[in-house]
Design a protein around this ligand. Structure first.
Ligand SMILES: Nc1ncnc2c1ncn2[C@@H]1O[C@H](COP(=O)(O)OP(=O)(O)O)[C@@H](O)[C@H]1O
Ligand SMILES: [Mg+2]
Length: 272
């Protein structure tokens, strides 16, 4: 039997008071897929994430995770489902009094892992985000970009199925933003993590749609760049506009679209 989508919104509406933010939207994110959610400020991107993690209930419609309807779930059942998810937000929300190591070890300790197992895994995820050298540092002394990569390491420590990123590159210089996107791409391509990646930056979209990781013959992961042949099969784009979905599809379809709004967006910060 075919697996249900990892995340599915079915006819979901949400208003804050009389301000309709989402008006009957439907979309799916398949297992192992990254869905990049685009849209102007105020278009409802963060609202979608809050709905997906069950922090908000829709006014109507249903939201499924692994085929389970979370809109009619008890809080206890929802708590169980939430254990399979992680979040990376703009505000890293690291504990400033704890070292990077202890920040990442926080959840495994809550889960009662042995210190040996924790140490192995913390080293592994720090290596994954290329930050082994900061294990003993306090977050306050690190740059914003490094803190956000620590937040990614913390988010993946107990191997979630789904990661929700809410504009994780805002306020980062381009090089640092690329490092962060690279971590998300590694998770997508090497670990099969499903994700919703919210952004309004065209540069993120370009990076996420042109880079991919493969394991080479000697077993080493290597990043490839396909800027001129955008051919990804595990990355899709969702554009919000006027409380609805203006576009849902691949980057090729998006680049070929005649829709003036999409064309505008794709050209916004094109070099002259
Ligand atoms: N708790 C809230 N109460 C009232 N209005 C809200 C609330 N949260 C968000 N909004 C409004 O809903 C709209 C969508 O918000 P949001 O999902 O945060 O947009 P985005 O993340 O795309 O910038 C915005 O106009 C915002 O002002
Ligand atoms: Mg937002």
């Amino acid at each position: 039997m075919k697996k249900p989508p990892k995340v599915e919104f079915r006819n979901v509406s949400l208003a804050y008071g009389d301000h309709v933010v989402l008006d009957g939207i439907s979309f799916r994110v398949e297992s192992g897929e990254m869905k990049v959610v685009l849209g102007q400020s105020g278009s409802g991107k963060s609202t979608i994430l809050r709905l997906a993690i069950g922090l908000l209930k829709p006014d109507s419609g249903q939201i499924f995770l692994d085929g389970e309807d979370i809109t009619s779930m008890s809080d206890d059942d929802l708590a169980v489902v939430r254990r399979r998810m992680s979040f990376v937000f703009q505000e890293g929300a690291l504990f400033n009094s704890l070292s990077v190591y202890d920040n990442i070890a926080y959840r495994p300790r809550e889960l009662g892992w042995s210190e040996e197992r924790i140490e192995l895994r913390v080293r592994e995820v720090l290596q994954f985000v290329d930050l082994e050298e900061v294990a003993d540092s306090l977050p306050g002394g690190l740059s914003g970009g490094t803190q956000r990569r620590v937040a990614i390491a913390r988010a993946i420590v107990d191997s979630p199925d789904v990661i929700f990123y809410d504009e994780p590159t805002v306020g980062l210089d381009p090089q640092t933003a690329h490092k962060l996107c690279e971590a998300a791409v590694r998770l997508r391509d090497l670990e099969g993590v499903t994700s919703l990646f919210v952004t309004h930056k065209l540069d993120d979209l370009r990076f996420l749609s042109s880079r991919y990781f493969l394991i080479d013959h000697s077993g080493i992961p290597e990043m490839h760049d396909k800027t001129d042949r955008l051919c990804l099969i595990n990355t899709r784009f969702l554009m919000l506009r006027k409380a609805g979905i203006a576009f849902d599809g691949t980057i090729e379809q998006m680049s070929a679209s005649e829709d003036p709004f999409l064309r505008d967006f794709m050209n916004i910060d094109e070099e002259p």
